[in-house]
Design a protein around this ligand. Structure first.
Ligand SMILES: Cc1cc2nc3c(=O)[nH]c(=O)nc-3n(C[C@H](O)[C@H](O)[C@H](O)COP(=O)(O)O)c2cc1C
Length: 156
């Protein structure tokens, strides 16, 4: 079912940042770019990420029960494209990328401006996506730079 053009155009006017959502299950790691990330609670600190059901990352987050949100700075459009335009089913997106691991083992990108390491506390079926709610177990700021404000034509 196609969404009415006016609804689509209005939805495109919701502002988003650009994030790399990483995940780990056993020895497998992967990450994908996401714009649909939001805060959900001060205490405990909760955040939500909406992940398409067809994404490889979706299966890893379901199976591993953890994810990290890597917040990208304005200079990291290429990083957003790297993780957002290919699938971990076909390529190892971490073959040339430096990262650390913290509380959950989900990769924390050295090039991110800040990170939030989360365990999944619940998830909801939301149409073609799943909304994951994560409790932030640890987080930090890596450098001072303005975050990206998502503009579709910079990525697609
Ligand atoms: C800027 C940008 C924002 C994106 N936002 C989302 C998002 O919020 N949720 C989502 O499921 N996919 C989003 N995607 C698409 C995924 O990043 C893309 O399908 C990716 O290839 C999935 O990788 P995976 O199969 O390795 O998990 C976005 C892509 C880009 C470039």
């Amino acid at each position: 079912m196609a969404v009415k053009k006016e609804i689509s155009e209005a939805l495109h006017r919701i502002t988003h940042g650009v994030y790399v959502i990483s995940a780990k299950h056993g020895k497998k790691i992967n990450a994908m770019t996401a714009a649909w990330v939001a805060r959900a609670s001060f205490v405990p600190p909760l955040i939500t990420v909406a992940i398409g059901k067809t994404r490889y990352s979706h299966d890893l987050i379901i199976d591993g029960g953890v994810f990290a949100v890597n917040i990208l700075g304005k200079s990291e459009i290429a990083t957003g494209k790297h993780f957002g335009l290919t699938t971990g089913r076909k390529v190892d997106k971490f073959s040339n990328v430096s990262y650390d691991v913290k509380a959950t083992g989900s990769p924390i990108l050295k090039d991110a401006i800040a990170w939030l390491d989360c365990k999944v506390v619940s998830h909801y079926d939301t149409g073609d996506h799943t909304l994951f709610i994560g409790e932030v177990l640890d987080g930090g700021v890596l450098r001072e730079e303005e975050p990206i404000v998502y503009k579709k034509d910079e990525f697609f």
